[in-house]
Structure formats: C-alpha cells, structure tokens
Write a protein of this length. Structure first.
Length: 527
C-alpha cells in the first residue's frame, strides 16, 4: 500500500518525537556517570541544565509521538465503529507471519513485564541510598502499581479508539522516557517516574492480548494466547533477575531503570513486525489496509465452496440504532463481575500474600535460607504450568481451565491457613499450590477476557481486567505503607472468600470460548 502525504507527515512527526525522547534521555546520562566514583550514588546532587533540557525534550517528544500516531478522522471513525459488525475470516491456517507475530509479542511482553518485575531488585539499593524506612520505600512500588492501574484502563480505551499497534508504540516511547528514573537524584522524582513507567507498562499487556486474539485463527487462538502471555511473564521475571545479578553489582540499582532506554528502543524497532489488527481496520473503514494485513497472514475468503477475493473483507452494517454492549451491560455484567473478582484476588495474592510469605515463614521459625528455598522450588515447579495450561485451555475448556486454576489457588490459600494453625504441616506443598494456581490464573484470565468481549470494547474490557490485577496489589501495598498488614492466615481467609465467589460466578455467567468465532461475539453484542 502506497503511503499518502498525510501518512508520511504523521510518520515523520512520530519519528521526530521518538528522537527527541531519546536525546532527552541521553542528556541525563552524564549525571549518572558522575556518580561512578561513589558507587553511582546521586542522592543530594543538584540537577544540571542538561537534565532540565532533557526533561523538556522528553515531554515534547511524547506529545509529538502521540500526535503522529493519532488518526486524523477520529470522530468519523468512532461514530462508524458503533454501527459496524466485522466479518473477517476466522479459519486461516497458521503461517510464518503468525509465528513471527507470536515471537515478537513474546519479546514485547518480556520487556513489558521486566519493568515492574525490577521493582523487587531495585528496592533494597534504593532504600539504602536514600536512607528511608521500609514503609516510605513502599511508596515507589505503590506509585508504579497506581500507574499500571490507570495505564491499563486508559490504554485499553485508546486501543479501541486509535488502534492496537499505535498504543504499543506509544508505550515503547514512554518506556524510553522513563529510563531517566535511573539518573534522578531525588526520591520524589523517582516516585514520579515510577508512576509513568507503570502507566506505560500497564497499558501494553491488555493491548497485546487484544491484538493477538484478533490476529490468530479461532482453532489456534487459545493456546497461542496462553503460551505467549505465559512465556512473556516468565521471561520478564527471568530478565529482571538476570540483569540484576549481572549489572546491579557494577552499576547499582539505577542501571535497572536505565535499561528502559535500550529495551524501549528495541520495542520500537520491533514495531515494524507488529501489524495493526485487521478487524480493527475493518471496523474503522480502512479496507485497503485491512486487506494488506490479511494478505500478509495468508488469509483468503470463501463463498459457496470457492475462493473469492475481497468477499468477506467488507464491513457489514447493522441496524442504525443497534445497541453496542458495554462492560457492565446486562449481558456482560456477570462475566465482568467474575473476571473483576478473579483479577483483584490475584493481585492481592501476588503482590501481598506471596510477598509477605517469606518473612512470615522466618518469623514462624523457618530458617531464612530454607524459606527462600521453598519459594524458589515452588517457582521452579510452577514453570511447566504455562505449557500445561496452554494445552488445557485449547484442548479441554477455556472456562473450566480458569475455574480449575482458581480452585488450585483456593486450595493453596486454605493450606496457608492450615499451616498457620499447625506448623508441622508441609509448607512446600501449600506454597507450590498457591504459586501454581496464581500462575495459571494469570496465564488464562487476560486471554479469556480478550475472547469474551466484542471488538468495539475488547481493548478497554481487557484493560479493565488487567487494571484489576494491579489494583489488588495496590490494596496490599497500601496496607504495607500504613503498617496495617494483617496476620497471614487472616489475609488468606479474607482473600479466599472472593476467590470462592469468583469460582461460582465464573461457572454461572462465563461462556465457553474454546474455538469460538469472534464474529459470533460481535454479533451477540449487536455491534
């Protein structure tokens, strides 16, 4: 497809914005390097003129990039999308383009997950350099999680309005900009930058799932969603720990933030291999672009047993006043409530109970090395969970795979309660159940959400569920800041109640999506 003059100008504005952000970050590096004689400690150092100019360039660059990605007929497209049902082929065979997209999105998710995962490795050095207590240091992950909650919601809405690819690219630009956190001399600027980093990271995860759900054929969608998400999450935590072990002893905790520069630029480069969703393009009336994407993925249309070019590419208009389902509409409210409770519970367990568990075991008389070993062994046992869940999700049942993983999590919570009552019980079994269950829940809940909602709200719905996974953690971190962390057994009981309720709601209201044609979801929603 030839590029129009407007397309060229938009691309140039976007590239100029990316360059401005990159230069702005580079202007902060001299401050970082000045601290090399003191272990890269920058606390108390004044910000120089280059840093101030660099911050201005970053703000300007992000604004330019956002403008360059903005569609020029937003109002018309939004109006049109309310009354369009997309009829894009769903039965395409897997092609090299599908596998390339999966690999690229795995790398993108590794980069995305690595940002918040680095918080655990940053906190000890950050707290030591700034001389702050644990409760004050908790403000950093609290700000980051707040950013992910807001980012998941806002980026999900943006993905529905402006496109899946555009939001991924803008997230990458923000990743680059927030790398200056590693050169900030004050705690306050670190907190602010962590908020922005969280906003960028929180937005890309749900958008990635929405894009992949719309790109993969129905029969391959389930396993690919779970596998890409699971490998991205595992790879992100592995990358965070690996870079921490390799670079932090040399360049201090700050290097983990400065890595946002090369990884963000890598993500921008990968944007060449990330297509826009053909279904989104069709819903916006951008037929020629949609056809190009379809051709790239080897898709053909069929009518009465023979292939015909373009037959199913045209948008199908519904009645002018046909309703479009919302996340909390009567038809979707039960599903949304179930997924919301699952996501909130997961966040509280992952960012609360599992973080408090090692300290609680030590306080209970378990040696520190043994406690750490329990977590490591449990995490190692849970690694194959992603592959098992991918098989169950695609071959058995999407709905009951989610229920099964949630039930395992509930058993793990019950085990924690039992362990607090009787310390002689085997802690490895219960910790493993909890970690395996939560890993399985995370691997399923966002792909499942992406398959349950129609095209018109898929991005924002998946973004909402992703935001809730972080909101649960936000509640846990708030308890840490206010020194109101409950006794671990009581915390397990409190979070276990909504987990059980979510199982019932999922069984009652959620649909089976195994092999479902996403066009049927759109038709059922009326849009």
């Amino acid at each position: 497809m030839t590029m129009t003059l407007r397309d060229r100008s938009s691309t140039l504005v976007f590239l100029a914005g990316a360059l401005a952000v990159t230069v702005g970050v580079i202007l902060h590096l001299p401050m970082f390097w000045m601290g090399r004689m003191d272990g890269f400690r920058l606390v108390g150092m004044p910000m120089d003129q280059g840093m101030i100019v660099g911050m201005g360039l970053i703000v300007l660059g992000i604004a330019m990039a956002a403008y360059g990605l903005l569609p020029r007929n937003v109002g018309e497209q939004i109006h049109a999308s309310r009354h369009i049902s997309v009829a894009a082929p769903e039965d395409a065979p897997l092609s090299p383009a599908h596998f390339r997209l999966m690999v690229v999105l795995v790398v993108a998710l590794v980069i995305d997950v690595m940002k918040p995962a680095s918080l655990g490795f940053v906190m000890p050095g950050l707290s030591e350099e700034y001389g702050i207590p644990r409760s004050e240091g908790a403000l950093v992950p609290f700000a980051a999680l707040t950013g992910t909650v807001i980012g998941s919601v806002l980026w999900g809405i943006a993905a529905d309005l402006y496109g899946r690819k555009a939001t991924i690219l803008l997230s990458a630009i923000m990743f680059v900009g927030t790398s200056i956190c590693g050169a900030m001399p004050s705690l306050e600027w670190n907190i602010a930058m962590c908020f922005l980093m969280g906003a960028a990271a929180g937005g890309m995860l749900p958008v990635t799932y929405a894009l992949l759900a719309e790109a993969m054929p129905s029969r391959h969608r389930g396993w690919s969603l779970v596998l890409v998400g699971g490998m991205g999450a595992a790879g992100g935590y592995f990358a965070a720990s690996g870079f921490s072990a390799w670079l932090e002893p040399i360049y201090s905790w700050r290097i983990l933030w400065l890595l946002n520069l090369p990884t963000g630029l890598l993500l921008l480069g990968l944007g060449v291999f990330i297509p826009e969703s053909a279904k989104f393009l069709l819903a916006r009336g951008r037929r020629a672009e949609a056809q190009a994407v379809m051709a790239r993925f080897g898709t053909v249309s069929h009518t009465h047993g023979k292939e015909e070019e373009d037959v199913d590419f045209a948008p199908v208009h519904a009645a002018e006043n046909a309703p479009v389902a919302g996340i909390w509409s009567r038809d979707m409210a039960g599903t949304s409530l179930a997924l919301t409770m699952l996501a909130l519970s997961w966040g509280f367990i992952n960012f609360g109970i599992l973080l408090w568990l090692p300290s609680d075991l030590v306080e209970s008389g378990v040696p520190k090395a043994v406690a750490a070993g329990l977590i490591a062994k449990s995490a190692l046992i849970s690694v194959p969970t992603v592959l098992v869940v991918a098989v169950l999700y695609s071959r058995w049942s999407t709905k009951y795979s989610l229920i099964a993983m949630t039930a395992i999590t509930a058993l793990g919570l019950a085990g924690i309660v039992a362990l607090k009552a009787d310390a002689a019980l085997p802690p490895l079994l219960f910790v493993t159940l909890l970690i395996v269950g939560t890993n399985g829940m995370l691997a399923i809940v966002l792909p499942y959400a992406a398959e349950n909602y129609p095209l018109s709200i898929r991005g924002r719905a998946t973004g909402w569920v992703a935001a809730c996974t972080k909101a649960g953690g936000l509640i846990a971190q708030a308890l840490g800041i206010t020194a109101l962390v409950p006794e671990l057994g009581m915390a397990a009981i409190v979070v276990g109640l909504p987990v059980l309720a979510a199982i019932v709601l999922t069984w009652r209201y959620c649909r089976e999506t195994k092999g479902i044609d996403l066009r049927d979801v759109d038709r059922a929603a009326g849009g």
